[in-house]
Structure formats: structure tokens, C-alpha cells
Design a protein around this ligand. Structure first.
Ligand SMILES: O=C(O)CC1=CCC(=O)O1
Length: 98
């Protein structure tokens, strides 16, 4: 199942910089591992914002939920999830959309 996920990060300015840098490093490590596994298939910075637009390819909404909850920066994120399905005009084969 494909999901479009919009993540906006809001880290309080008074948090310890070393702690924040550690969270960001752990976030990057987990994100890249999920990308290598093919579960986090796209991540794009939203220009001008501390936000990203991502595409996840996972087995279920439950799996996506567990992944999002496990993100080190999750406590500082506003997350919007949109489930995606095949558009009838798409030339991509169905394998990619499911
Ligand atoms: O910087 C972000 O948009 C938050 C984030 C998600 C994965 C990652 O490495 O950073």
C-alpha cells in the first residue's frame, strides 16, 4: 500500500543542541535504513519549510503507523497521511501501485 505523508517538524528553540543533533542523526539513520528496505520510497524537502513530503510503500496502515511512531523526531512532528491507490489513467503497472 502506498501512502503520501507530509511531515512538518517543530523543534522547540530551547532544546539542548546536542540532544537535537542526536535526534536528527538517529532520524536520518532510520530513514535511510527504511529507504534501503524499499519502505520509504521517496523523501523530498518542502522548499522553504522544515517539512518533507514522503511516499511509503508498506503492507498496511498499521505498519505505516508503527514506522511513524518509531521516528526519533515524531514527538516534534505534525504528520498528515493520505492513502494512495491506482489512478485509472496511470501508465504505471499495478505492481508499483499496490
Ligand atoms: O528533516 C525532516 O524533514 C525530518 C526527517 C525525516 C527523515 C529525516 O531524516 O529527517
Amino acid at each position: 500500500m502506498l501512502f503520501h505523508v507530509h511531515m512538518t517538524v517543530n523543534i522547540p528553540l530551547d532544546l539542548d543542541k546536542t540532544y537535537v543533533d542526536d535526534l536528527k542523526a538517529k532520524e536520518k539513520e532510520l530513514s535511510q535504513e527504511l529507504q534501503r528496505q524499499g519502505k520509504w520510497t521517496h523523501i523530498w524537502r518542502v522548499a522553504g519549510k522544515y517539512a518533507n513530503v514522503s511516499i511509503f510503500n508498506v503492507a498496511s496502515a498499521g505498519e505505516l503507523h508503527d514506522i511513524l511512531m518509531s521516528l526519533p523526531l515524531y514527538p516534534f512532528m505534525a504528520v498528515e497521511v493520505t492513502a494512495l491507490c491506482q489512478h485509472y489513467s496511470s501508465v504505471k503497472n499495478e505492481e508499483e501501485a499496490h
